[in-house]
Design a protein around this ligand. Sequence first.
Ligand code: BGP
Length: 491
Amino acid sequence: MSFPKGFLWGGAVAANQCEGAWLEDGKQPNVTDILVGISSRDPGIKWDPETEKYEMCLDPNKKYLSHEGIDAYHRYKEDLKLMAGMGFNCFRTSFAWGRIFPNGDEDTPNEAGLAFYDDVIDTMLELGMEPVITLSHYETPLHLVTEYGGWSNPKMIKFWNNYCRAVFTRYKGKVKYWLTFNEVNNLLKNPLVAGGVLTIDHPADPSDPIGSTTEKDKWQAYYNLLVANAETVKTAKELDPDAKVGIMMTASSVATYPYNCDPDNVMGALDAQRMSNFYFADPNCLGIIPGYVKRVWREHDCEPVMTEEGMQLIKDYPVEFISFSYYRSGTYDKEVANGSDTGGLTGRSNPYLTGCSPEPWCWPIDPKGIRYVLNTYYDRYHLPMFIVENGIGLDENLDENGKIDDPFRMEYVEDHLKYVHEAILDGCDVMGYLYWGPIDVVSAGTGEMRKRYGFVYVDRFNDGHGTLERKIKNSYYRYKEIIESNGEILL
Ligand code: BGP
């Protein structure tokens, strides 16, 4: 039994990490534009005591590489051709919300933004690639953050619906797969990035906008995002019945293993899975707010304001598939504080895993974890699953012949695909596999170019210099072979 017929093979990027052109053709800043990387705790905004508002104030000593990205805004045709050259039948990118609704609260969209995406989508279709579009890959327009406080404000639901209606109407019959919010379950860990959440009304400490976010703000954003997800499904059904809407989760936290069989660690691992993962997927896949979430609300006095209408929407409009990123697993040990980064949770290092990505990132490599994630989600939700991010970031330079040989990357991919196949044999319904960053892009976490995921190299460096020339790495040919054989050559 091989990979299913019609399996979606390809890669994924995000507008904010590749397009650049951050203020071109009417686009206004989004939340990632004020951060060097999303792990930064120091956003480029400043509290103005006169207006009592946050204003954008970028640090002139920092390099915001994402502002130019890899200039995909002007080079997307060349890039998409390179992707199609690997035989991709599918490609995921995001729409920068702020290109289409620059401030987010306008009534009508920016035609220039839509015109850009018209051509991106048409080019993908001409090249035989099914577009998969993330509606917001950490791309809340900054105005919605500084003016409304982001997703803790229920007005966001209306702005979001307006945006969804505009793009679902425009791309009806062209875009079938829509992902709502990238890694939405990062909300509790990174509320500014994942939910644009900012306390704009008398923050506890205006010089620490992130630290000022309260539990109540976060949980209100949680509820509003659940309603928005459900509304997205409803709107899509109404405007384009063939379209499918999926939730997008960072699933590495599903693979949080108890460090040992101490019952505290077993329960601690379950808690970590729930509060970093299932707390979001349960409502949007099952239509219920789980008891363990309500317990937190009770015990920490942070229950959000909810309406009957909102709860009904959540119940009536579950998502149609689960998409997710998976990079690595983690462990839970009660003796060690559980941190996190873009790869997922970081606990005590797992002595059974020997490989990891190079320094300074050192993400442990656990291909079996992807089988565990797929089975766990499938047992719980019985929904089709779409792997929309998996990959490895390496520090790479051209060799003396101007080439890059990257067998390590392919070892990572092949090992993960073998366990995806195992999960398919287990009975999991897997729609496809999209490699993260098939062309080098700016890293989400640290905002650097040095961490390269691509099958295609881009000549740009951490200090911002570079010709932006694209060069094919050796892995490009191997991934092509895998796709051509529909994965058969791995089995
Ligand atoms: C995910 C994000 C991506 C991405 C990836 C790798 O969390 O959805 O945007 O970049 O992680 O992370 P990084 O770029 O920090 O290596």
